[in-house]
Design a protein around this ligand. Structure first.
Ligand code: C5P
Length: 226
């Protein structure tokens, strides 16, 4: 039996992609497998936390001892997060939330024609930024952790996200780098906070442990146990 250093902590994790419908048989999505977020949820539960996982469509089984809520769209994910956000100590936004959705989803399958088609896209709510705007800087605010998948200028963009979304930590990874990112069982990430920069490499559950190790003292300082 390992450490139970998150005992009693309420942790909310998002994971996986979202699907934004074009019509009943087509959608916009991305290749997120959900593995990194599921690893964070599973490890947090193993360390004693009371974990809720809001997951987009993935091929993964619900992690043991985790309350898993399945959603499809960014809007559904935002609503599910909203339902839990009031009670959480820690939010880890590992989901690859689609930034855009088709402005309207056609009720019937769109028939193909010969020429080009135009799809008008609308922005989806930024779940993490919404939580940052609501909680950051307030006494006893939950700890907010975001992810950043980038193809270039990874650290600089992670720092921008840290400020722009007002979170405590951004876990940044370089998409396309060997041993990192979408789909694989290993990851290579940089933990970027206002004061620190640390690199971690290894299986996704090791990376999840390291993320939670970073969070623990921040959580204990921000929300001391009764
Ligand atoms: O801006 P970008 O999508 O690169 O930011 C990634 C981080 O923001 C991730 O933590 C992701 O879960 C979160 N995010 C979100 N809602 C969105 C877009 C991103 O919570 N609509």
């Amino acid at each position: 039996l390992g450490r139970r250093d998150l005992a009693g902590r309420k942790v909310l994790v998002t994971a996986g992609p979202t699907r934004e419908p074009i019509d009943p048989v087509r959608f916009i999505s991305n290749p997120s497998s959900g593995k990194m977020g599921y690893a964070v949820a599973a490890v947090a539960a193993r360390r004693g936390a009371d974990v809720t996982l809001v997951s987009g469509p993935t091929a993964l089984a619900d992690p043991a001892d985790v309350e898993t809520v399945r959603v499809e769209t960014a809007e559904e994910m935002a609503r599910a997060v909203e339902a839990f956000a009031g009670a959480m100590d820690l939010f880890v936004g590992a989901a690859a939330v689609s930034d855009y959705r088709p402005r309207t989803a056609a009720a019937r399958k769109i028939k193909k024609g010969e020429g080009e088609e135009t799809l008008v896209l609308a922005r989806t709510p930024d779940i993490l930024a919404g939580l940052g705007a609501r909680f950051a800087g307030k006494p006893g605010a939950p700890v907010l952790v975001g992810f950043a998948a980038e193809t270039e200028e990874v650290i600089a963009r992670a720092r921008e996200k840290l400020k722009g979304k007002r979170c405590d930590l951004v876990v940044a990874n370089k998409v396309g780098a060997p041993g990192a990112g979408f789909g694989g069982d290993t990851n290579r990430v940089a933990l970027v906070s206002a004061a620190e920069l640390a690199e971690i490499e290894g299986p996704k559950d090791r990376v999840a442990e390291a993320i939670l190790d970073w969070i623990l003292p921040v959580l204990d300082a921000r929300r001391p146990r009764a």
